[in-house]
Design a protein around this ligand. Structure first.
Ligand SMILES: Nc1nc2c(ncn2[C@@H]2O[C@H](COP(=O)(O)OP(=O)(O)OP(=O)(O)O)[C@@H](O)[C@H]2O)c(=O)[nH]1
Ligand SMILES: [K+]
Ligand SMILES: [Mg+2]
Length: 442
C-alpha cells in the first residue's frame, strides 16, 4: 500500500498556529485515531481534543480538517491538524503519527509530487508553488501566481497540440505520398512549423526576464574612485554594507546587497573605482568591476559633481542604453541640468539623501519596463529553456529534412521536448531533481 505521509506544513519554531498535514490512504484514520471521534464533515473545520493513541496522553486542543480525495491538494485523502504553534506540541503530534502503521514523514516536495502524479496540476504549476513559497517581493509573487494558475503550462500545451496536429499531416504525407512533391515537409505543414519556430524564438529571446525575476535583477554601480559609489550603495541599502573613506581606491571586491526595489528583487553591486590601477589588487578589482558591468541588467554610472565640467572618461565609456547616469555630491555644488552620453543625469547626494527617492523611482521604472510584460507569460527556469531550445532545433531540422519520414521524426522529438516541460511525457527521471528543491511539508 502507498505510505501515508505527514509533515509540518508551517515553518519550524514558535508561532500562533502550526499545521501538520497528512496525505494518503490512511489519512482519515489519523483523524479518527488521534481525536477518538468519527470523521468530521469534509472541508469543514472541527474543534477536537488530540491525544496520543499509545498512552492516551493529551496533546492539544486544535482544529481538524478532512479533505477526502480526489478533492484535495494531493488528490489523495488529506487530513490537517491545526494546533498551537509550539515545538513540543508539534513534536508530540509528529511522534504520535509516526507510531501509526503505514505512516512515515514526508520527503521534501512529496505532497506536491503526489499532487502532480495524481493530475492535480502540471509540472510548471508545481514549480510555481515552490516559487510562490520562495517569493520575497511582489513581482516574484505575481509571476509565481500567474504560472501557478497555469499560464505557462497552457502556452506550452497549446504549442504541443499544434505540433501534434502538424505531425498528423506529416504522417498522412508518408502514407499517401504525392509523387510530384519530393520535399520533406509539405506546403501545408511548413507554415505551421515556421510560425511555431517564430513563437518559440520570441519566447526564448526574452532577456531571461522570468529567470531574472526569480533570481534577482543585477544592477552594478560604476564610477571613478571617490565618486561616492559605496556611499550610494549604503544609502540605497540603508545600512553600512560597504566601507566608505576619503581615500581613492577603497573598494576592491564587489560588494552585493539584496534589495526589494519597488517590488522587484534586486542585487545591487558596488565596485572598485575605475582608473589606472596602482597595484595588482586594485587592478583585479577593476577587472571585476568591468565584468560586473558587462553582466549587469542595469548600470548606475556615478560621476562626481564637484569635478564638473570634467567627466571621468572610463565611466563615460560604460554608459549605454541600460545605464542611469547619476551626479553625486550635489550637496556641495548647485545641481546642474545636463545629459551625459545622451542620458539625462540625475542629481543626488548620497550624503544627505537628496534625489535618492527620484533615483529609486527611475530605477524601478527602468526595471519594470524590462521585466514586466503583462499578457505574455515569461520563461522562468533553465529547465524550460533547454527543452524549448531542443524543440526549436528539432523543428528547424524538420524544415530542412529531405523526406517526410525524417521530418516526422524531428517533430516527434520536438513534441517530446515540450511535453517534458509540463510533465506529459517520460519525466520520471526528472521528478527527483525537480521536487528535491521543495521544502518539507509542501
Ligand atoms: N559631500 C559629499 N561627500 C560625499 C558624498 N558621497 C560620498 N562622499 C564622500 O566622498 C568620499 C568617497 O566616498 P566613497 O563612497 O568611498 O566613494 P567610492 O566611489 O566608493 O570610492 P572608491 O571605493 O575608492 O572607488 C568619502 O569621503 C565620502 O564621505 C556626497 O553625496 N556628498
Ligand atoms: K573612497
Ligand atoms: Mg567604494
Amino acid at each position: 500500500m502507498i505510505p501515508t505521509i505527514f509533515a509540518p506544513a508551517t515553518a519550524p519554531g514558535r508561532g500562533g498556529v502550526a499545521i501538520v498535514r497528512v496525505s494518503g490512504p490512511r489519512a482519515g484514520d489519523a483523524l479518527t485515531i488521534l481525536t477518538g471521534r468519527s470523521l468530521p464533515a469534509p472541508r469543514t473545520a472541527a474543534v477536537a481534543r488530540l491525544a496520543d493513541p499509545r498512552s492516551g496522553e493529551f496533546l492539544d486542543h486544535g482544529l481538524v480538517l478532512w479533505f477526502p480525495g480526489p478533492r484535495s491538494f494531493t488528490g489523495e485523502d488529506v487530513a490537517e491538524f491545526h494546533v498551537h504553534g509550539g515545538r513540543a506540541v508539534v513534536a508530540g503530534l509528529i511522534d504520535a503519527l509516526s507510531a501509526l502503521q503505514g505512516f512515515r514523514i514526508a520527503e521534501p516536495g512529496e505532497f506536491s509530487r503526489r499532487g502532480f502524479e495524481n493530475g492535480k496540476f502540471d509540472l510548471t504549476a508545481a514549480e510555481a508553488i515552490a516559487d510562490l513559497v520562495d517569493a520575497e517581493t511582489s513581482a516574484q509573487r505575481r509571476q509565481a501566481l500567474r504560472q501557478m494558475e497555469g499560464e505557462l503550462g497552457r502556452l506550452y500545451e497549446d504549442w504541443r497540440h499544434r505540433l501534434t496536429h502538424a505531425l498528423a499531416h506529416l504522417e498522412a504525407d508518408i502514407d499517401f505520398p504525392d509523387e510530384d512533391l519530393p520535399e520533406g515537409v509539405s506546403d501545408q505543414v511548413r507554415p505551421v512549423l515556421e510560425s511555431l519556430i517564430a513563437g518559440l524564438r520570441a519566447h526564448l529571446d526574452d532577456k531571461r526576464r522570468g529567470e531574472r525575476l526569480r533570481d534577482g535583477i543585477h544592477i552594478a554601480i560604476l564610477g571613478a574612485p571617490n565618486a561616492g559609489k559605496s556611499s550610494l550603495l549604503n544609502a540605497l541599502a540603508r545600512r553600512e554594507a560597504a566601507i566608505v573613506s576619503e581615500r581613492a581606491g577603497t573598494t576592491r571586491d564587489v560588494v552585493e546587497v539584496h534589495l526589494d526595489l519597488g517590488g522587484y528583487p534586486v542585487v545591487l553591486a558596488d565596485t572598485a573605482g575605475l582608473r589606472e590601477a596602482a597595484d595588482e589588487i586594485e587592478s583585479e578589482g577593476i577587472r571585476r568591476a568591468l565584468a560586473r558591468a558587462a553582466q549587469a541588467d542595469l548600470k548606475l554610472a556615478v560621476f562626481d559633481a564637484t569635478s564638473l565640467p570634467d567627466l571621468d572618461a572610463q565611466t563615460l565609456a560604460v554608459v549605454d542604453e541600460d545605464t542611469l547616469v547619476v551626479l553625486n555630491k550635489c550637496d556641495r555644488v548647485a545641481p546642474p541640468e545636463m545629459t551625459v552620453g545622451g542620458r539625462v543625469a540625475l542629481a543626488v547626494s548620497a550624503a544627505t539623501g537628496n534625489g535618492l527617492a527620484e533615483l529609486i523611482e527611475r530605477l524601478t521604472a527602468e526595471v519594470a519596463r524590462r521585466f514586466e510584460a503583462p499578457g505574455v507569460p515569461a520563461l522562468t527556469r533553465a529547465r524550460h529553456r533547454s527543452a524549448l531550445e531542443e524543440c526549436v532545433g528539432s523543428l528547424e531540422r524538420a524544415l530542412s529534412a529531405l523526406l517526410p519520414e525524417l521530418a516526422a521524426e524531428d517533430v516527434r522529438i520536438a513534441i517530446r521536448a515540450l511535453g517534458r516541460i509540463t510533465g506529459r511525457v517520460d519525466v520520471e527521471d526528472l521528478l527527483d531533481v525537480i521536487f528535491r528543491d521543495f521544502c518539507i511539508g509542501k
